[in-house]
Design a protein around this ligand. Sequence first.
Ligand SMILES: [Zn+2]
Length: 96
Amino acid sequence: MHLGEYQKLIEDIYYERDSGRGLEGTFLWFIEEVGELATALREGDEASKHEEFADCLAWLTTLASLSGVRMEDVVSKYAGGCPRCRATPCSCPTKQ
Ligand SMILES: [Zn+2]
């Protein structure tokens, strides 16, 4: 599924509820999901990792919608390779 279609789907399912809650409350839910992803990455099985990536992407996408950002527009940042060094793969010094 294309990211734009995916964002429209998430909006159809959740936009009304999420806009009622507001950006800040929704952001807290997103952070909670990121914590669940951390747990799944550390100790989860494949099914729980799959589920937590799905949840994080959905919450990230609804935050974009609440902020007036289209997900299909943001992917272009990396379309030309690393935005800093412009190389693919990135040739910037490794950060730990
Ligand atoms: Zn780079």
